[in-house]
Design a protein around this ligand. Structure first.
Ligand SMILES: Cc1cc2nc3c(=O)[nH]c(=O)nc-3n(C[C@H](O)[C@H](O)[C@H](O)COP(=O)(O)OP(=O)(O)OC[C@H]3O[C@@H](n4cnc5c(N)ncnc54)[C@H](O)[C@@H]3O)c2cc1C
Length: 275
């Protein structure tokens, strides 16, 4: 994280822009059970969209539906999301994060309804879930915008692939599928959110072999992770984007990052010791 405030995130986005790297803002938080709190989150994101437009930033937002009140009521959540979509510029994507597997049906239901009205709504899909192959097929007639990730939650083998290699194989197959669908116009925009260097190489090689232009391939990473690779991709003509998280509700988010990479614990301890 560049810092806890929106100003910190905007300063980081400006810096990235100079390197030809776009940004996506996300305000940390999830599982909000209070109606006013969920409405406050929507009001905050509306303010973020106004700042992006006023300052002409190359930035989008990505929201978690449980932060907009999904646990409380899908109707409230959808209302909050509609408020943001009405404020977003049609040329930019408003991204919806994907949370734990128990939320996928509700998330996709809301996504489908909103996509029909706002073609610039984007959804994150998780390669580790068995269902994702079918979910992409089902969304295809609606020309979705998809951010493909491996998946960050601890899921049971009944719903998700657990083996790292196998997740990589599935990810690559889905990425190829999405790139071809994007080239045909069945997918409006595909973004590959991964730091995995082998996977990125295979995706860019595949795009080359298919004769796709570099600007057809978008790779997104987290702020501060593999920054050299982010810049290398941008300098090479690929679309490079960075998710910038900010806010003070970082504990559950950090625990997921820790589960992915225990070495992050040392990073935290070093930062605490030096602060
Ligand atoms: C832009 C973006 C949006 C995302 N949105 C969602 C979402 O909505 N829902 C969801 O379930 N998941 C989301 N994720 C997380 C994703 O599911 C993975 O958990 C995460 O990206 C790690 O997988 P990887 O593909 O980078 O590969 P990995 O195999 O996990 O990592 C490859 C290499 O990247 C580096 N690396 C990866 N993660 C870290 C880290 N945290 N700290 C330091 N180095 C690291 C390491 O060098 C590692 O060896 C998102 C990720 C990104 C980048």
């Amino acid at each position: 994280m560049p810092g806890e405030t929106l100003d910190d995130a905007i300063a980081a986005a400006r810096d990235l822009r100079r390197k030809n790297i776009a940004s996506v803002f996300t305000h940390l938080g999830e599982n909000i059970f209070d109606k006013h709190e969920a409405e406050n989150v929507a009001a905050h994101y509306q303010h973020v969209l106004e700042r992006i437009q006023a300052q002409n930033l190359d930035s989008e937002i990505s929201v978690k539906l449980t932060q907009l009140g999904l646990d409380l009521s899908p109707e409230l959540c959808e209302q909050n999301l509609r408020r943001l979509l009405a404020a977003e510029q049609p040329a930019r994507t408003l991204w919806i994060d994907m949370e734990a597997s128990g939320y996928v049906d509700a998330t996709l239901e809301i996504y489908r309804r909103l996509l029909a009205e706002y073609p610039n709504t984007g959804i994150c899909l998780q390669a580790y879930l068995h269902r994702t192959v079918a979910d992409i097929e089902a969304l295809r007639p609606m020309k979705p915008t998809v951010r493909l990730v491996k998946g960050a939650y601890a899921e049971s083998p009944a719903v998700a692939i657990r083996n790292k290699e196998a997740i990589g194989v599935r990810y690559l197959a889905l990425a190829k599928n999405l790139l071809r669908a994007q080239a045909r116009g069945d997918v409006r925009r595909a973004a590959f959110a991964t730091h995995d260097p082998k996977l990125i190489n295979r995706i860019t090689n595949f795009a080359g072999a298919e004769g796709l232009s570099q600007s057809a391939v978008e790779v997104q990473m987290l702020y501060g992770i593999h920054s050299g690779e982010q810049q290398r991709l941008a300098a090479g003509g690929w679309r490079s984007g960075v998710l910038i998280a900010y806010g003070n509700y970082w504990y559950p988010w950090f625990v997921r990052r820790l589960a992915e990479r225990p070495a992050n614990l040392w990073l935290l301890l070093r930062n605490l010791a030096s602060s």
